[in-house]
Design a protein around this ligand. Sequence first.
Ligand code: HEM
Length: 417
Amino acid sequence: MPKHMLHISLFFLLLTASTGVWMRLYTVSNSVHIIPYDHLLHGHSHAAILGWTFLAMLIIFFKLSWDELDNMQQEAKLLILSTGILTFIMFIAFLVEGYALYSIILSTVHILIEYWAIIFILRFLKKKPSIPFASRLFMKGAFLTLFISSLGPWSLGVIASQQLQKSDLFDMAIYFYLHFQYNGWLTLMLIGMFIYALSKKGIQIQKNIVIYSFWTYTISLFPGYFLSILWYDFGKIGIILGMIGAFGQLISVMLLCYTFFKNKITIQFHFSNRNHSLLKIVFILFFCKSILELFLLYSPLANLIYETRNLVIGYLHLVLLGFITLFIFALYQMETLIDDTKLFVNVGILIFLIGFGINEIILFLSGLSQLILDKPILFQNHLLTIASGLLTFGILFIWCSLFTRQKKIVSTTNKNP
Ligand code: HEM
């Protein structure tokens, strides 16, 4: 698979991180206030979700199936290139004009590219019955939820045309999009590809448990949306639906974690120790995220949490930067897209993990301090800026590893036959 695809995805991750640092600097220095903050925020979240994570999903899938894509390879390259170019122009549009005409047109075109990607992969899956059933199931669930998530941005256009940008409905449409993106599309696709990657090494997971987990997860995903909008008073029905969603997802996540830990010796045998440790962190974060969601069921607490910006941002990044991005790194390692025998990769991931840890601790502590004591914690803006800087350095190291030659640092790291 052409290496430039990987460069494009890491470029967007670096862009995401740099805009993150830039936003953090807004709180410590006036000299960086060059464009309105909300333009930067839109640029950041769109580069992250439509650039980094979307491209990473395609790249991992293409890497897993490159040799079998045959005459579809050209189209795959075109898909990556069009997404890269479009998302970069969209990013610039967001920086220049914020959420306005051109950025809206470009993000609408991105949705059409998403439909193209869905059709492309489904066409391929139809031709290749050899891909494990459980993996196909998760991927098909991912496409369904990617499609459903796209209804969010379409409805934003309708809501905005009614001059309702400041209404609860507008916020609900944004949360609808985010929920089906990260709990649906990204999570299901990553698990589907993880099972695919394991099967390519001959690792057979407990099929029945995984299929049961898929149905529990996917069905509870729909009532689970209510967890994101419990700040709006839906009465008892909202709480009951949220409860079904939270417990359904928790059960299925526990089943997936059980399957992972049950197969850990085989996974450890086929992949490196570092790769396995990273996967362990990913599954622990997956479990923690599902536990945290239970707190939202208590609606007075849910209201306070939604009003505390740092708690919302802390949770979002626990999922998107922790669980999702680390899962992508782990799959990049499993598919040798990044080489974990290289010093740059290991140092990069270590710095990234430290940055991520500091970021989460400060965001949650400052959120709690704001909630309970009604005041921020000492140096929180400086510490958050340092954490963002570390995350950026970590990503730079990982990217730089693509330009360095292979160098083994521990003899046990590659046990592949
Ligand atoms: C790589 C390091 C990253 C840094 C340093 C960072 C930093 C930030 C900062 C400073 C904010 C604004 C916080 C505020 O206004 O209170 C933010 C918001 C956000 N970030 Fe990140 N972020 C990073 C990665 C990511 C990733 C990987 C994703 C998604 C895949 C992501 C998605 C978001 C979203 C959705 C928001 C909220 C946008 C909104 O409220 O409209 N971030 N991030």
